[in-house]
Design a protein around this ligand. Structure first.
Ligand SMILES: Nc1ncnc2c1ncn2[C@@H]1O[C@H](COP(=O)(O)OP(=O)(O)OP(=O)(O)O)[C@@H](O)[C@H]1O
Length: 405
């Protein structure tokens, strides 16, 4: 049995886990539910011996302490981790991935026997043994990752967000796979955002909030608890498991004192805020360029002419093109600046490229190995184009060459 007692983890001053206690018995699935940043991955990493933070407390398996041991020793004691993102070797075949998982000392002498057992449990792994892992579907790759972890002959299998990136159908298949693993006698410690699906196959669950265990109960009790439902099972807008168009629940149901759960919906997809150019400026990038061009180009007579343009007219046309280009670049720079820092959009930042041409090129040459910096072409009335390159690591430009327009 895996037993965690008073486990605390801090990253510098940040306390990620505080006095966490839990246990996982052979033949049971235990799920950890919690919001983003609650400390779920930290918990699995601390148990697996790969946590970068400072740990204290105790983790033991069958009474044998493992906290503080290097990762390979933890695996040798019978605890295997399937990390978030799977971590399989895409260029290797399924069989090669599995065999690699059998390298730990506790399983080294039984690679073939474990391989046979595993492929009997999951016939698909036998069917696809020679296939490059990267060519398999997401669900099949997850099965390879689980199979590889099982090749170390673990007593406890830990999985970090195994359904991430899988379609609902594949996620369902995956959870069936986990039931098969449990039925084979392993204990499973599962971190999942898909609360509904994971609780539906789990035996027990823990609610983790801000690094602390708030509640432990049977999975079926958690699954049907109105407060847990409001907080974890589709109450949050955009929750991965909420059916499309499902109505938002009313305020979370009252919670008994001894079973506190977060009052607000907590589990949701990682928040990713993207800002579009339209949101910043009300225009898309094409409209910005077109608008800048329109502003810069002076009206010309629509009447057709038969005589070739004079030198003065050609110079004027070149200057107009130059104005137009400069105005477009200014508009793009302004939009980019707003995108980077909308709050500072109106602050008088220095221009990203010189508005006036420098009197003479600076003596410093570009390092031959420097990465190519963005070029800002400047047309000259004489039909020449100056190329300016940004100096690496600065916002200053320098002229690097002059070409015919
Ligand atoms: N290596 C690290 N260095 C510093 N802080 C970290 C490190 N790893 C995690 N943290 C912090 O510890 C807290 C818990 O992170 P953790 O990744 O364990 O949360 P989580 O519950 O797994 O979140 P998620 O569901 O988003 O993966 C977060 O505040 C996170 O920023």
């Amino acid at each position: 049995m895996l037993e965690v007692q008073e486990l605390s983890v801090r990253y510098g001053k940040h306390i990620a886990l505080e006095s966490v206690g839990l246990r996982v018995k052979p033949g049971e699935i235990v799920v950890i539910l919690g919001a983003n940043g609650a400390g779920k991955s930290t918990l699995l990493k601390a148990i697996a011996g790969i946590c970068e933070g400072q740990t204290s407390g105790s983790v033991s398996i069958d009474g044998e302490p493992v906290l503080g041991l290097p990762a390979h020793k933890v695996v040798d004691r019978g605890i295997a981790l399937v990390p978030e993102g799977r971590g399989i070797f895409g260029e290797l075949t399924v069989r090669e991935n599995l065999v690699l998982g059998g390298n730990p000392a506790r399983a080294r002498d039984e690679v073939q026997a474990n391989l046979d057992r595993l492929t009997t449990l999951f016939p698909k792994l036998r069917e696809r043994a020679g296939q490059a892992a990267r060519t398999m579907s997401g669900g099949e790759q997850q099965m390879v990752a689980i199979g590889r972890a099982m090749m170390s002959n673990p007593e406890i299998l830990m999985l970090d967000e195994p359904s991430l990136g899988l379609s609902p159908l594949l996620a369902k298949d995956l959870f069936q796979t986990l039931k098969t693993v449990r039925d084979a006698g392993l204990g499973i410690l599962l971190v999942e955002q898909n609360a509904k699906l994971s609780l539906s196959i789990a035996d027990r669950g823990y609610l983790l909030e801000n690094g602390r265990i708030l509640r432990e109960d049977k999975a079926q009790v958690l699954l049907h608890d109105p407060a847990v439902q409001a907080a974890y099972l589709g109450g949050a807008a955009g929750h991965a498991t909420a059916p499309k168009g499902a109505a938002k629940p009313a305020a979370p149901a009252p919670v008994a004192e001894h079973t506190p759960v977060p009052a607000t919906p907590q589990v949701r997809a990682r928040p990713v805020r993207s800002v579009s150019s339209g949101e910043i400026s009300g225009l898309d990038i094409d409209a910005i360029v077109a608008g800048a061009g329109r502003k810069a180009v002076r009206p010309v007579s629509a009447a057709p002419r038969n005589t070739p343009p004079t030198q003065a007219e050609r110079d004027a046309a070149t200057a107009r093109r130059s104005d137009s280009l400069r105005a477009a670049l200014d508009a793009i720079e302004e939009a980019a600046r707003k995108a980077r820092d909308p709050g500072a959009a109106r602050s008088p930042l220095p221009p990203l490229r010189p508005t006036a041409r420098p009197a003479a090129p600076p003596p410093q040459a570009l390092a031959p190995t420097a990465p190519r910096a963005p070029e800002a072409p400047q047309a000259q009335p004489g039909g020449k184009v100056e190329i300016y390159r940004r100096r690496p690591g600065t916002s200053q430009f320098q002229r690097s060459e002059v070409r015919d327009a």
